[in-house]
Design a protein. Structure first.
Length: 240
């Protein structure tokens, strides 16, 4: 029997939620999932929500009813996987701490907006990042607040180039014995948050993953999906 996945899309149109949801649906179907696609958050109130093996929110800066959120968190606690990417999971419901506690993170800022930066893979042996090495990227460099218990799979390092001059400064080694002074902050970009009761997820029982620029736990074809979405938008970089 194929695994079942639910994709719910909505919220801010700048993240092209319907288009993005359909790209994720295609990736999941290629990997053998039976996919249900729905608009809005009402589907999270479905009494059968916990029957899905994977739930993918593609929703940015929206609101959710308390009963819907409660049912969603119960499903994840019961073992349903939760996967997502960019602000469509990391910035879905700003006014809902329970959602942020469940996902293990929340988007905070992307200083400089569209910039060039590097993604550093910290766990190249993990099934999510397998076959992916460090790479340069041009998009929004997501600064995430994350739960320290998250398992970090990739990071990105911020410099002081896009912070105000009054920002706090720190020092780090330049690698040749000298010290550089500036604002340096390495933050998680791809993480896995473990669910103690995940009964449905493969790869060691990963409950859900959270990320910034083009991250998903639903497929190992992450960069392909990101490139496909940008091509469909007709853009050279991600504006969302």
């Amino acid at each position: 029997m194929p695994k079942k996945a639910l994709i719910a899309w909505g919220g801010w149109e700048g993240h092209t939620p319907e288009q993005s949801a359909n790209i994720v649906r295609t990736l999941l179907e290629r990997n053998g999932f039976d996919v249900t696609l729905g608009q809005g958050t009402a589907i999270f109130a479905d009494p059968e929500l916990a029957s899905f093996d994977l739930i993918v929110p593609v929703i940015t800066m929206s609101t959710i009813e308390k009963a819907e959120l409660q049912n969603l968190t119960l499903a994840v606690r019961g073992g349903s996987g939760l996967g997502g990417f960019h602000g469509t999971m990391g910035d879905s419901f700003r006014n809902e701490p329970d959602y942020q506690f469940m996902t293990g993170g929340q988007w905070v800022a992307h200083p400089g907006n569209i910039i060039d930066y590097t993604v550093a893979i910290t766990r190249p042996d993990d099934p999510i990042t397998k076959g992916i090495s460090d790479f340069a990227y041009r998009s929004e460099q997501y600064y995430m607040h994350v739960d320290p218990s998250n398992e970090v799979l990739a990071t990105t390092t911020f410099t002081d180039a896009h912070f105000r001059a009054s920002a706090a400064l720190s020092c780090r080694s330049s690698g040749n014995g000298a010290m550089e002074r500036g604002r340096f902050s390495t933050v998680p970009l791809v993480t896995r948050r473990m669910s103690s009761r995940c009964r449905k997820c493969a790869d060691g029982g990963a409950g859900f993953a959270l990320g910034g620029a083009g991250v998903a736990s639903v497929s190992h074809q992450l960069r392909k999906a990101s490139g496909e979405l940008r091509r469909q938008r007709g853009l050279n970089s991600c504006n969302g």
